[in-house]
Design a protein around this ligand. Structure first.
Ligand code: PGA
Length: 257
């Protein structure tokens, strides 16, 4: 199955940053005839970028005709209403998004998002025709207490609604302690958690849900991408800081080829 490599720009990027997105698209176009030849499209790599909401429409327009998918970083569960400052899945879709990151640890920790709320947002994303990327991951304290597998399994069970069965989506395993820190788990630790996520997905959704890719996220960079992406059950990467520079992001994509 094609690896999915998604950049999460977080709250970074004004208009001029769109040049980086265009450079990613140009790099992918060039690579069709080069080292990534044959890996795009068919079976190799799907690439997405999730800019701040203010840039989604412009990025989608400037990348139209390119294989780069555009996504949001969050959405409200409701389609519309008196929710000052929030954006609905339908609004993201209208702006040109096809992906949406949900339940990122920065939102779980900083905005009090629970598994139940994340599940409601996933339903909203599907209602609007978006492909959700559902984030899970343990804190350092939870890992040190030997609870990483249990914590992640609980998050998967609570954040993946039944309606996901048979739909396009992915789960991203992002250990909180690896995000933006330069620290990464060992490949054995990644393999252990991804196997647990796969087992939990199968238990919750049955066989159709069990086929969805499981991404790894947390300090992915060009130097470690190929090793991480070759781990069993790693179906792609969710990339924060290193997605802001096209050369780094392209280097990570090359690691999936
Ligand atoms: P990072 O962030 O790559 O900067 O560690 C990953 C993420 O938060 O998705």
């Amino acid at each position: 199955m094609a690896k999915l490599i998604v950049g999460n720009w977080k709250m970074n990027g004004l208009g001029p940053a769109l040049a980086e997105a265009q450079a990613v698209a140009a790099g992918l176009a060039g690579s069709l005839a080069g080292s990534l030849g044959g890996t795009l499209g068919g079976s190799g790599v799907r690439v997405g970028l999730c800019p701040p909401a203010t840039l989604i429409e412009r990025m989608a327009r400037s990348l139209s005709g390119s294989p780069v998918l555009v996504g949001g970083q969050d959405c409200r569960a409701e389609a519309s209403g008196a929710f000052t400052g929030d954006v609905s899945a339908e609004m993201l879709s209208e702006a040109g998004a096809v992906l949406v990151i949900l339940g990122h640890s920065e939102r779980r920790a900083g905005c009090g998002e629970t598994d139940a709320l994340v599940a409601a947002k996933v339903e909203a994303a599907l209602r609007a025709g978006l492909e959700p990327i559902i984030c899970v991951g343990e804190t350092l304290a939870e890992r040190e207490a030997g609870r990483a597998v249990a914590v992640v399994a609980t998050q998967v069970r609570g954040s993946l609604p039944q309606v996901l069965a048979g739909r396009a989506f992915s789960v991203a395993y992002e250990p909180v302690w690896a995000i933006g820190t330069g620290l990464t788990p060992t490949t054995a630790q990644i393999e252990e958690i991804h196997a647990a996520v796969r087992a939990e997905m199968s238990a919750v959704l049955g066989v159709p849900g069990a086929r969805a890719p499981i991404l790894y996220g947390g300090s992915v960079k060009p130097a470690n991408a190929a090793e991480i992406l070759s781990v069993a059950e790693v179906g792609g990467a969710l990339v924060g800081g290193a997605s802001l520079k096209s050369a780094d992001f392209l280097g990570i994509i090359a690691g999936a080829g």
